[in-house]
Design a protein around this ligand. Structure first.
Ligand SMILES: Cc1ncc(COP(=O)(O)O)c(C=O)c1O
Length: 429
């Protein structure tokens, strides 16, 4: 989808009965800082970035003037320091076979220690060819076809997708949702584990529910899994986006048991918006036997060779100066406040679940009383806003959508306004 036609499409939608004429164009062309998010404009996060001709997956779905708020890809440009490092490297015009320098591992070790408080030995760290690709290789290394792997829905859909594609069986240990908060069902976990259960995939922080798991929960999880001989594959790709001054807790750091049975997959992909480089990731596996076995799998599949751009991007992102990342987090917090104030002020039947990390808001839409297909139709064809469908995250996702608020505040405001106009027009309440 071309960015210009997206904007024109938005204008067209604005001329429809749903959006008062002129609103969209005015919002997008003015693109003025306003409200709580406006205080943190140093990163250029208010700017509307033209994605025309960039083969954007996110905007590729917005063919009819919709606002795309689905895939976990922010509308923002990456950190200029990262782009400058890539540009500088390209200026050399040398793109030959490249080894992985120590500075790559050193940057990751220093980041884990200073940002997450985790002192991981340099030798525990390996390159990972993208978090999901690397997790899939863990399934192949540590489980056999027909083995069971536990997921904790509602959770990132690609866990289940590849467990099934690789001939393993996904077993659900759903999160418990009580009084507007999620927690892990540790008793349920004990009940479902059997001889065929070999692994658990942990989403830490949790996507889509935005949970920063606390040390006590992770410790208890590690103890249960070790007792039953299960490994824990911890996806920590959203960890660098812990919000509100809180810290992300790396799974392997919580106890000796966690270090023995755990493996971390992480990277600057989400925080620095690097998904298109397709491989800005790493693993941390403290246990020597597991690490050697896993790294051999990567080597045998020739998945152990990062591209030059991946190396440059990770090293540049994981530098000491956190100014850009801090202002991004301020901006995201501002956008989350916008969403929360909007739904508090407008009684439309939606309840956002307050995220502790990342730019994804899990929106409880059950107050509307609609089946999932009607709910999605309301967003897609009426409001012209594309959220992620809550039901795609497995049990517990029905009646919810996930809204990506990693976008300029002006676009977010337009999306919220479209939702309000649609609900009011549909007289659902
Ligand atoms: C929890 C989680 N893990 C992994 C990924 C994808 O990671 P990668 O692109 O490195 O495979 C995403 C992307 O949205 C995600 O939300």
């Amino acid at each position: 989808m071309k960015r210009r036609s997206f904007i024109k499409g938005m204008a067209a939608a604005g001329a429809s009965a749903l959006i008062p004429a002129g609103t969209v164009g005015a919002v997008l062309t003015a693109c003025k800082p306003s409200g709580p998010a406006a205080s943190a404009t140093s990163g250029g996060f208010d700017d509307i970035v033209d994605r025309a001709g960039t083969w954007s997956i996110k905007y590729g779905r917005a063919t009819d003037g919709e606002i795309p708020m689905w895939i976990a890809d922010m509308d923002f440009k990456t950190d200029p320091f990262v782009s400058a490092a890539l540009r500088k490297r390209l200026d050399r015009d040398v793109l030959g076979y490249t080894s992985t320098p120590d500075t790559f591992f050193d940057a990751i070790a220093a980041w884990e220690e200073s940002v997450h408080g985790y002192k991981a030995d340099r030798e525990w760290i390996g390159y990972a060819p993208g978090v999901i690709t690397a997790i899939n290789q863990a399934y192949l290394t540590f489980t056999e076809p027909g083995d069971k792997i536990i997921v904790q829905p509602p959770v990132y859909d690609h866990f289940r997708l590849y467990i099934e594609r690789l001939g393993r069986v996904a077993v659900d240990n759903p999160l418990i949702f009580e009084d507007g908060r999620y927690r892990m069902d540790l008793e349920g976990l004990e009940r479902i584990i059997d001889d065929k259960t070999k692994a658990l995939v942990l989403c830490n922080p949790h996507n889509p529910c935005g949970i920063l798991w606390d040390r006590e929960t992770l410790e208890a999880l590690a103890a249960i899994c070790e007792r039953h001989g299960i490994i824990v594959i911890s996806d920590e790709i959203h960890g660098d986006l812990a919000l509100y001054g809180r810290r992300h807790t790396p799974f392997c750091s919580v106890s000796d048991a966690a270090a023995r049975i755990g493996m971390i997959f992480a990277g600057p992909t989400k925080a620095f918006n690097l998904a298109g480089l397709s491989g800005t990731a790493y693993c941390i596996i403290p246990d020597k036997d597991k690490r050697e076995k896993y790294l051999a799998t990567l080597r045998n599949a020739k998945l152990n060779e990062p591209s030059i751009m991946t190396l440059e991007a990770v090293i540049a992102a994981y530098r000491e100066d956190r100014t850009w990342l801090d202002s991004l987090k301020d901006y995201i917090e501002g956008n989350i406040s916008r969403v929360e104030s909007f739904f508090a002020e407008n009684n439309l039947g939606f309840k956002p679940i307050h995220p502790q990390a990342s730019f994804l808001v899990w929106l409880d839409c059950r107050g509307l009383g609609l089946p999932q297909d009607k709910l999605m139709d309301l967003f897609l064809s009426k409001a012209k806003v594309i959220p992620s469908d809550g039901s795609s995250y497995g049990p517990g996702g029905e009646g919810f959508v996930r809204l990506n608020v990693g976008c300029p505040a002006s676009i977010l405001d337009e999306a919220l306004s479209r939702i309000r106009t649609t609900i009011t027009a549909a007289s659902l309440l």
